[in-house]
Design a protein around this ligand. Structure first.
Ligand code: IMP
Length: 434
């Protein structure tokens, strides 16, 4: 029996959607544990492209139960829209989807609060996805948030909602934000949405633990990436949730003792959306090439992603805080045409060389990456499904990353489709998935 976490080893957008969709056929349940509709997991099935934001990617596998755990924040309108879009594409997910009664609800005024705080003078703009994610988590931690279960107790909901709305009204007035907001209409709409999702809501911690007790297997799907984790990421340029492996327990109610492995997903290079330090960023022609070849534009916001070279100290750090058993390296084929591939192997900071991740964004901005350059393979790796079939230089590149990060590369993605994937035989990845 093994229950496994799959999560991003960099700043998000590592290709977790495809990996989770691919692995889901070996599991009974796929559970999301944090984040909200700021995430964008892209999955290709044949020539059809699906962008899943809130619903776990495993839902596209018939028979797999998809759970939105208590650590997720839910915009009900976004959730219902996503369900409708999937239905229109032939996937009616109502039979498969279950929503935690303890998850917190995002309201339209959370977006307003976000706009206000991003625009404030002297505040560091984070470049968020503007989905109201941070303000909803603020209300959760401030113990004034509204949870899914509250929606089904009409009197309690009205009282909680009116108090929360009053808070936001006062804030908007204080900060002179004169956006018209119809609080009564939002409350009415929320009640309608709540009625629609009600059949899918349950105590998902009970559902998951009960399933595990019966020998069923759970795949935990992380959103965003380790360097966007509110504790371990490049604070304050982070999201507001626990994207690291520890979040899988708090965000679902499944204890760590029931989780047996962690798979890190990393691109063969690296990208970041939004502001914040990025030591190996390449903003010249090489960055443009990676963006073009890798189609590096945000799945949710369409923003061009910042692109750069593989960062060994960063991966070593994310491996430490998550305890990666094995790595899935994605988008190897994006590097196919390069003559040489630089890899950052250390940082230089205040005259000394280090592999440590500094705690402040200011220090990370100040580091100078030290590169080693590897030869490119200059031929197509697209669709290769066995490690042995890769060109020698591509194998050497992967072995170099493996040796320097100290983490096994158990899988490689060589294209967006399910079958364009290598799972190395004899690897820990293969054993975790067996
Ligand atoms: P928020 O999650 O909307 O609060 O945004 C905080 C930071 O996380 C911003 O830099 C976003 O660009 C980034 N972010 C949030 N979700 C994702 C994601 O799914 N992929 C990549 N970056 C993300």
């Amino acid at each position: 029996m093994s229950n496994v976490i799959v999560l991003g080893a960099q700043w998000g957008d590592e290709g977790k959607g495809k990996v989770v969709d691919l692995l889901a056929e070996r599991f009974d349940i796929v559970a999301r544990y944090q984040g909200g509709h700021n995430a964008g997991h892209t999955v290709f099935i044949g020539d059809r492209k699906f962008v899943l934001k809130l619903i776990p990617s495993g839902v596209l596998r018939p028979g797999v139960t998809a759970v939105i755990g208590n650590g997720v924040v839910i915009d009900l309108a976004a959730l219902l829209q996503e369900m409708d879009a999937l239905k229109a594409a032939g996937f009616d997910v109502t039979g498969q989807l279950r929503i935690s009664n303890r998850a917190h609800v995002i309201f339209p005024f959370h977006r307003l609060v976000e706009k206000m705080s991003e625009a404030r003078e002297n505040r560091i703009p984070i470049g968020t996805t503007q989905r109201g994610i941070g303000p909803c988590y603020e209300d959760k931690t401030g113990r004034r948030g509204i949870r899914v279960a509250d929606l089904f107790d009409p009197e309690a909901f009205r009282a909680l909602y009116d108090t929360l709305a009053e808070d936001k009204r006062t804030l908007a007035e204080t900060f002179k934000l004169h956006e018209p907001i119809d609080y009564a209409q939002i409350r009415h709409q929320t009640e309608q949405y709540a009625a629609q999702i009600r059949p899918l809501v349950c105590d998902t911690a009970k559902l998951l633990n009960g399933a595990i007790a019966q020998g069923k297997r759970v795949l935990f799907e992380g959103a965003q990436g380790t360097m966007l984790d509110v504790d371990h990421g490049t604070y304050p340029f982070v999201t507001s949730s626990s994207a690291t492996a520890g979040g899988a327990s708090t965000g679902t109610g499944v204890p760590p003792t029931k989780i047996s492995g962690v798979i890190g997903v990393s691109k063969a290079y690296i990208t970041r959306v939004g502001s914040g330090p990025f030591p190996t960023e390449s903003d010249g022609a090489a960055g443009d090439l990676l963006r073009r070849e890798g189609n590096e534009f945000g799945a949710v916001t369409g923003r061009p992603r910042r692109c750069g070279w593989f960062d060994v100290p960063l991966l070593g750090y994310t491996a430490m805080v998550n305890g990666f058993d094995t790595l899935m390296i994605t988008k190897l084929d994006v590097l196919d045409q390069l003559e040489e591939i630089p890899v950052c192997v250390r940082y230089r900071l205040s005259g000394a060389e280090t592999c440590e991740m500094p705690a402040t964004y200011r220090a990370l901005e100040a580091v100078e990456p030290v590169y080693e350059t590897l030869p490119g393979w200059r031929c197509s790796t697209r669709g290769i499904d066995r490690f042995e079939k890769l060109p020698d230089r591509a194998k050497a590149y992967l072995r170099f990353l493996e040796e320097r990060t100290g983490v096994e590369i158990g899988g490689v993605s060589t294209g967006p489709e399910r079958n364009e994937t290598i799972i190395r035989s004899g690897s820990r990845m293969e054993r975790l998935l067996a």
